[in-house]
Design a binder for this molecule. Sequence first.
Ligand code: GLP
Length: 244
Amino acid sequence: MKLIVVKDYKELSEKAFEVIKEVVTTEKMPALGLATGSSPVGLYKLMIEDHKLNNTDYSNVKTYNLDEYTGLKKEHSQSYYSFMHDNLFYGLNIPEENIHIPLGDTDDLVKACNDYDAILKDVVVDVQVLGIGANGHIGFNEPGTSFDSLTHIVELKEKTRLDNKRFFNSLDEVPTHAITMGIATIMNAKKVLLVANGLNKAKAVKAMIEGEITVDCPASALQKHDDCIVIIDEEAASLLDKKY
Ligand code: GLP
């Protein structure tokens, strides 16, 4: 793991943007693995700004999102489909057919998982963007998920639902399940870029970087990835033993 500790969220987003820009401008057909959540929003803003200012081209870019809630219509304001379009896709020139997000609004979730794996099996993701849940989850791979997992349905932990409640009117409205890319697929990406900020993430960040590699902290699997860049602010780094 390459760890970069920065002063604040602005610097975190700028450093993450440098990594993505490099991939987008050097690969002929860049494949980006993308994440939802508030952590990458600053990065996504910079991508849009750069596209507008410098005409950075996204017409050959393909994207693969990590996860989606089940039981929410695509058009629901809190679906990850809406999140990604509102926070990134509407600001770039990625053709809609190049955008891949697992399907959560279906009666046949097993098929949705298989279909997503069928797409992913032929793809080498150049860089996978990740946030981290306060319980160490990546995508929606909650603690206990096998490191061999492919796309699957998860029951969200109470802690995750409480953390995500801020986007809904009440806890009752937060979906109980989600469809997520598995840890094995995440680990297949050529490069992984994980961003985390704030005190709320400090415990998970410590377990990911300094803890043992265990399914109790799904993000600890990344210790075994050959090219994983972790960019965190000082608050998220505050519980680390070593000074980086
Ligand atoms: C969500 C998403 C994850 C995200 C994490 C952290 O539940 N499924 O992909 O990384 O939680 O979210 P945030 O960045 O808002 O703290």
